[in-house]
Design a protein around this ligand. Sequence first.
Ligand code: PXP
Length: 238
Amino acid sequence: MKRLGVNIDHIATLRNARGENHPDPVYAAKFAKKVGADSITIHLREDRRHINDADAKRICSIKGLLVNLEISTNLDIVKNAMKIKPNFICIVPEKRKEITTEGGLDLIKNRTTIQNIIKKFKQLNIRTSLFVNPSLKDIRISKAISADCVEIHTGKLSNLVKKRKNFSNELKRIKKCSYLANDLGIEVHAGHGLDYKTTKILTSIKEIEEFNIGHFIIGESIFMGFKNVVKKFKTILK
Ligand code: PXP
């Protein structure tokens, strides 16, 4: 059974739109677990546009809940994350002006920085994942700098599928990276832009063990209900 990580950032986006306390991401985290999420993902962005420090602290202190905290390589954020001590860390690139994480990490440019961050989290026994583009070179670097997992950026595949364009080359790239990572002993995750259809397509890659999905789950919940959407993803991942 593949695992479903539910990204609840946009529960906080909605709460922040009103500047009050509803909908509460802490309640959402507990509720997601209750209805079948295997873990929760939150992204503590440098501009705190959705999840804030208090949310992250509270969510990471919920007993029995597995939390994957996405962070950039920003030193203050890294220090914060070390204090918050989530179960898992996923290092992502971050640009202030982007609407969402636009691509994987530049592992060539930031290799040493990321390697040092991985070391810090390993000392705290925190599983560390790197958000990477589907590139064999990046998988090899991830291994060389001792990442526990890679999360393969599926944004390009998702866009091609949604635009009904040919996605076979991109799927092949993701497959090859998943095989290589698995051979090297790195756990494989996938995320970004996933909906029912793209998730179903990716389930053909047995090496992918975890899917982290956010925007579609929150958006589709408006019509179908959060519980039903999470359950439908769980069925797809069976
Ligand atoms: N995985 C990572 C590393 C991300 O940065 C994001 C977006 O925050 C997601 C998964 C979820 O993407 P989406 O919201 O498009 O499902």
